[in-house]
Ligand binder design. Sequence first.
Ligand code: DGI
Ligand code: FE
Ligand code: FE
Ligand code: FE
Length: 186
Amino acid sequence: PLTSSQLVAKEKSMMDEKRFAHCVRVSETARTLAKMNGYDEDKAALAGFVHDYAKQIPVEEYIKVIKEEDFDQDLLNWNRAIWHGIVGSWFIKRDLGITDPEILTAVYRHTTGDVEMTTLDQIVFVADYIEPGRTFAGVEEARKVSYADLASGVGYELAHTLAFLAEKRSKIYPRTLAAYNVWAAE
Ligand code: DGI
Ligand code: FE
Ligand code: FE
Ligand code: FE
């Protein structure tokens, strides 16, 4: 395993400064949410820090890994927005030596959500959405809802992400839709 300064240096080498600053803010927000929800703060902070580790890995490298490793080949029909969580957790294990399944699963699920989400999954999913650098319409409401009740924050985020994607006529990943049905639909 890497020392923490090696881990920070490796992550920094993988992304531009804006993305790195986002990861730091998600880490801090995840720590706050962990404190409020009785979860291990250091673990939440680490999961938040690494959640977008793989966001800027080249598309060709993703395609190679999806083809050569044990991934659902349907992933080839998607893009980095979907890959960087699902395949990103594989890169994090390989490059950062993080093996804690709770952290890897939280990264795996951080973009789409899932039908089942642990407390850490919810923390990373919500922290990514409400970190202080986010400025989209509705983010203040998302913060209010999420700090009042974490699971309600997950529902708010899924409902609004789905509406945002549908408005653009983007393809909805089936797991995003399944998560919406569990966490957001009445
Ligand atoms: O990596 P970030 O930008 O910090 O945030 P993210 O990983 O939560 O989301 C990245 C993008 O993925 C965001 O613009 C919304 C999009 N996304 C989430 N679910 C789906 C999706 N895009 C498509 N096409 N389909 C989905 O189901
Ligand atoms: Fe992400
Ligand atoms: Fe997210
Ligand atoms: Fe993110």
